[in-house]
Design a protein around this ligand. Structure first.
Ligand code: PRP
Length: 191
């Protein structure tokens, strides 16, 4: 695809990271029922792949359930607005449940902080976080992540759920966009 400058993580690297996360999660939740709570829309693919890999790795030792909620913090810009909004809530109560929030990426941490406060107030049995890509360079709040797939370079990346103005989510890899994309799509890139 001509808009892609470089591939940052290949499909094989993503799959290996998800497997490592699943193996840690399988050890920690053995004998329990865990609700994987995917944060839409970005975490759609990592939630689906992590859930199936966890099922396979745990070999019946864990009951894996799925739920989703949707938040938005970025608007259409390629940098965070810093404002988090709940767009869609979970379909089931999390009270008394072992809940594992699944995110595609953590950057400034505001989304996760918001979710931990919101969900922590609903009396889950436990509340942990799994993130495929950690971008630790621009944290605005202190947040703890229990399971990290890979550390992401300090670049704006798309693919495997991550978008720019709702495009590129369906790419099977994580990639850096050519900087012209931001200017041609009506934004000036801050350097
Ligand atoms: C992205 C991503 C995380 C959040 C992380 O979601 O999926 O939820 O930003 O950023 P932060 O740590 O800087 O808060 P986004 O708001 O872009 O919505 P989307 O998942 O629908 O793309």
């Amino acid at each position: 695809m001509t808009e892609i400058e470089s591939i940052v993580f290949t499909p094989a690297e993503i799959a290996a990271a998800i497997r490592r996360m699943a193996e840690s999660i399988a050890r920690d939740y053995l004998g329990r029922t865990v609700v994987l709570l995917g944060v839409l829309k970005g975490a759609l693919f990592v939630t689906a792949d992590l859930a199936r890999t966890l099922d396979a790795v745990a070999a019946g030792g864990i009951e894996v359930r799925l739920d989703f909620l949707a938040v938005s913090s970025y608007g259409n810009a390629h940098r965070s607005s810093g404002e988090v909004r709940l767009i869609q809530d979970t379909s089931h109560s999390i009270e008394g449940k072992h809940v594992l929030i699944v995110e595609d990426i953590i950057d400034n941490g505001l989304t996760l902080k918001y979710l931990m406060t919101l969900l922590g107030g609903r009396a889950p049995a436990s509340l942990r976080v799994a993130v495929l890509l950690d971008k630790p360079y621009n944290r605005r709040v202190d947040v703890h992540v229990d399971y990290v797939g890979m550390t992401c370079p300090d670049e704006f990346v798309v693919g495997y759920g991550l978008d720019y103005q709702e495009r590129y989510r369906t790419l099977p890899y994580v990639a850096k966009l050519r900087s012209e994309i931001f200017t041609t799509m009506g934004e000036t890139v801050a350097t």
